[in-house]
Design a protein around this ligand. Structure first.
Ligand SMILES: Nc1ncnc2c1ncn2[C@@H]1O[C@H](COP(=O)(O)OP(=O)(O)OP(=O)(O)O)[C@@H](O)[C@H]1O
Length: 257
């Protein structure tokens, strides 16, 4: 049995003549927090799409819980425990914050949407939803309609919904994207509480390296579709290839050359 919860082997995808992800072999251990960093266009989102199944690779494999899931459709991967945030598409705007999470808890428990669900069960779903809202720093806003939340609060709600599905791995794609400066620390706080709970395995994409340094157990750096380096935040910061990628030289050459 592999030590790794999630692994890719030689993962590659080509769009026409362009290799967006090139021969990436990458591993994460259970209950760790890993961030994938890299400049714009490095291939981060494409790599995520390959892991979650939105895209099929040209070559290589995705292994989850020791199983080859390369050919498995998205919904089966979700059922196995790969939970991905979808840039707010899973939030129901006309439901309250609490209802949004309660529906997800109910769906995850197999309760479905039956009208005559037992009252006690309903109460349990709601209690669990409130716990998740507290974890996501949304307590006090449970009665608000989702559509009236700020962008930052919607992203927090998205995380609470994702957690309700009890995934083995949470895939978070730039959770602070599009947020105001005031909102960023709040979402980092939410992500930090996920990490501190020690119960989750998190894989996060970010192009701002400073945001994830203090949060991550491990970093993987993508550059031009290739895995430039993987290691602890200290190792990555000291890595000369990474420094030159971020400090200009390599990046400018790649963009202009
Ligand atoms: N469906 C597609 N067809 C053609 N090219 C694509 C497709 N998806 C991504 N690409 C290309 O693959 C490369 C990697 O894109 P990707 O969005 O994965 O980068 P990224 O690191 O997530 O960037 P960002 O930080 O800007 O989101 C880019 O050059 C992009 O134009």
């Amino acid at each position: 049995m592999s030590d790794y919860l999630l692994e890719t082997k030689g993962l590659t995808i080509q769009f026409g003549g362009h290799v967006a992800v090139s021969d990436v072999s990458f591993q994460i251990k259970r209950h760790t927090f890993t961030s994938i960093i890299g400049p714009n266009g490095a291939g981060k989102t494409t790599f995520f799409n390959l892991i979650s199944g939105q895209l099929k690779p040209t070559a290589g494999q995705v292994i989850f819980q020791g199983r080859d899931i390369t050919k498995m459709p998205v919904h089966q991967r979700t059922r196995l425990g790969l939970g991905r945030s979808f840039q707010l598409t899973n939030v129901f705007p006309n439901l309250s914050v609490l209802e949004n999470v309660r529906v997800a808890v109910q769906a995850a428990s197999g309760g479905g949407f039956r009208l005559f669900s037992h009252y006690k069960k309903f109460h349990r779903y709601e209690e669990r939803a409130m716990e998740l809202l507290t974890l996501a720093h949304l307590d006090g806003k449970e009665g608000h309609l989702a559509k009236h939340l700020s962008h930052g609060d919607k992203r927090k709600l998205e995380i609470a919904i994702l957690l309700a599905l009890e995934p083995d791995v949470l895939l978070l794609d730039e959770p602070t994207a599009g947020m105001s400066l005031e909102e960023v620390p709040q979402i980092i706080e939410v992500i930090r509480s996920l990490k501190d709970s020690g119960q989750h395995t998190v894989l996060l994409i970010e192009h701002k390296i400073d945001m994830v340094l203090g949060l991550s157990d491990a970093l993987a750096v993508l550059f031009n579709g290739k895995l430039l380096a993987q290691g602890s935040p200290d190792e990555i910061m000291q890595n000369e290839l990474v420094q030159s990628a971020y400090l200009g030289g390599l990046y400018d050459d790649a963009v202009n050359g």
